[in-house]
Design a protein around this ligand. Sequence first.
Ligand SMILES: Nc1nc(=O)c2c([nH]1)NC[C@@H]1CN(c3ccc(C(=O)N[C@@H](CCC(=O)O)C(=O)O)cc3)C=[N+]21
Length: 289
Amino acid sequence: MTAQILDGKATAAAIKSELSARVAALKERGVTPGLGTILVGEDPGSQKYVAGKHRDCAEVGIASIQRELPATATQEEIEAVVRELNEDPSCTGYIVQLPLPRGIDENRVLGLMDPAKDADGLHPTNLGRLVLNEPAPLPCTPNGIITLLRRHGVEINGAEVVVVGRGVTIGRPMPLLLTRRSENATVTQCHTGTRDLAAHLRRADIVVAAAGVPHLIKPEDVKPGAAVLDVGVSRDENGKIVGDVHPGVREVAGWISPNPGGVGPMTRALLLANVVEAAERAAGVADAG
Ligand SMILES: Nc1nc(=O)c2c([nH]1)NC[C@@H]1CN(c3ccc(C(=O)N[C@@H](CCC(=O)O)C(=O)O)cc3)C=[N+]21
C-alpha cells in the first residue's frame, strides 16, 4: 500500500481560482486588494519565496507592493517601511519576510504592524485573538495544513495529532487551530526536549512534521494509515529540498504531503486568502470570515 497524496499544488490552485472570483467582486465595488512584502537582505531562498507570492498575486488579480532593503538596513529603517505600509491605503495586507537579519528585533518590527493588515496572522494581537477564540487572520501554514486535510476528506475531529516542532510560524500556532471546537483534535506537541518521539508518533493519526530536521520521521515510527504532513524545508548539497519525512514513510502512511508540492503552495494560497478577507472586511462585505 502506498499513501494517497495530499496534493497541495492542486488544492492551492482551486483556492486561488475561488479567490479570483472574490477579487473580481471586490473590484466591481471599486476595491483592489494589495499585498505588500518587506524583504530585508539578499538571501536567495527568501527572494524566491517573495517572488512566488507576487506571482500568485498576479494570478488572482491582487496588486503587488514590493519593498526591499539591504542586509545592512537598521532597525529604524525597517520600522519606517512598516509605518509606510500601515498608512498606504493601496496596501490592504502585508508581510515582513522572516527571518530578519541578525541584530534586528523581529518581535518589535512585527508588533508595529497594523494588525488589520497582518497577512501572516503572526501579529501578537492576532495570535492573542486566536487564543481567545476571536476572529483574526490565521497563521498561513497551520491554516493551509488544516485546509489541505479537509479538502482530502481526512478526519480531524477526534484525531490524535502529533505536532513536531515549536517554531513561531507553525509549531506554536498549529495546536491552537487544531484544538478549536471546529477541529476538535487532541494534540501532543513534541520538540527537541521530547524524550521518546517515536512513542508519540506511533499513536498519531496525523503527524505534522515541522522540525526542520531532514528525514526525522522514520517509517517504523508511523502508524499504518496515518496522515503525514511534511513541512520541513532543509536543503542538500545540491540545493534540493529535503523534508522532515523519510521517503519510506510513503509505504506505511495512508496520506502524505509531498515536499515540494504539499504544504508550501498551501501557505501561499492561505496568505492570499487573508489579504482578500482583510480587503472584504475593510470594504464592508458581509461574511468576510
Ligand atoms: N513572514 C513570513 N511569512 C512566511 O510565510 C514565510 C516567511 N516569512 N519566511 C520563510 C517561510 C517559508 N515559506 C514558504 C512558502 C511557500 C513555499 C513553497 O511554495 N514552496 C514550494 C517549492 C519552492 C521551491 O522549490 O523552492 C513547494 O513546497 O512546492 C516555501 C516556503 C514561507 N515563509
